[in-house]
Design a protein around this ligand. Structure first.
Ligand code: ADP
Length: 246
């Protein structure tokens, strides 16, 4: 049986004739942490938009666990097991860290009973485990509004992980973070990568160096410019040229 969690074949996405993605091919195995880099306008966000069903391919196909996602609505793709972390954290600011996690751990239950009911012991264990994973045990009872930007990023990643996605898509998690927060988010992604398939889009090269144990894919003008280890990619003259040209 194929171990491929995601396969993107000959993908083109046109906006009024402009090709944001141009005959792009990409494939990843289950369990990999893949990093996508590329200068502004390379097509990175569009790439995630197509995988999550926000944007439809003009040409080509996206296969998730062998299923063609053609015309599948976003909410169904999310239910199929693709979780997306946007650049800006989307957490409930007036709820505590624990309440935010409780909400997603009790996703299919009534929101109000979730908030006001005492959590069951298994749920408590899940939330406790998540708090430990994201390193926010000490802030469990703090309202999310008091968290730093990096802590909010980690909380949102925890909220996504609570939904047990098969594939986690993370859009520039290091944007706007301090060096220390960047390292914390990087460590979290590396820890999650031991049991999850992850695609991270990133601009911050220091961060990419921290998390890129698997292959790095460089996008340029909507296509894959090159793919390889971090070392191979950063020594590729085409990559140097593209980044210097920014
Ligand atoms: P990146 O995330 O790498 O910066 P994007 O995927 O956001 O790149 O954009 C790739 C290109 O497609 C850019 O030139 C952008 O202006 C264009 N683009 C993206 N979305 C749209 C859209 N909805 N309509 C028109 N052009 C778009």
């Amino acid at each position: 049986m194929s171990n491929k969690i995601l396969e993107i074949q000959d993908l083109t996405v046109s906006f009024d004739g402009f090709k944001a993605l141009n005959n792009l091919n990409f494939s990843m195995n289950s369990g990999e942490l893949r990093v996508i880099i590329g200068p502004n306008g390379a097509g990175k966000t569009t790439f995630l938009d197509v995988i999550t069903g926000k944007v439809q391919p003009t040409v080509g196909r996206v296969l998730f666990n062998g299923n063609n996602l053609k015309k599948t609505p976003e909410y169904k793709i999310a239910r199929m097991g693709i979780g997306r972390k946007f650049q800006t954290p989307r957490v409930y600011l007036n709820l505590t860290v624990r309440e935010n996690l409780n909400l997603v751990c009790n996703r299919n239950k009534n929101v109000f009973s979730t908030l006001f009911k005492k959590p069951q012991s298994t749920e408590q264990r899940t939330v406790a485990g998540l708090l430990e994973t994201i390193g926010l045990e000490a802030k469990a009872n703090a309202p999310a509004t008091l968290l730093s930007h990096g802590e909010k990023q980690r909380l949102e990643i925890g909220m996504l992980v609570a939904q047990s996605p098969d594939l986690l898509l993370v859009d520039e998690p290091a944007a706007g973070l301090t060096d220390e927060e960047t390292e914390n988010v990087g460590s979290l992604l590396l820890a999650l990568a031991e049991s999850h398939s992850i695609i991270a889009i990133e601009h911050d090269m220091e961060f990419v160096r921290q998390i890129a144990n698997d292959r790095v894919t460089v996008l340029h003008e909507g296509s894959v410019l090159c793919e390889g280890t971090m070392e191979e990619v950063q020594n590729d003259p085409r990559v140097v040229e593209v980044y210097l040209g920014e």
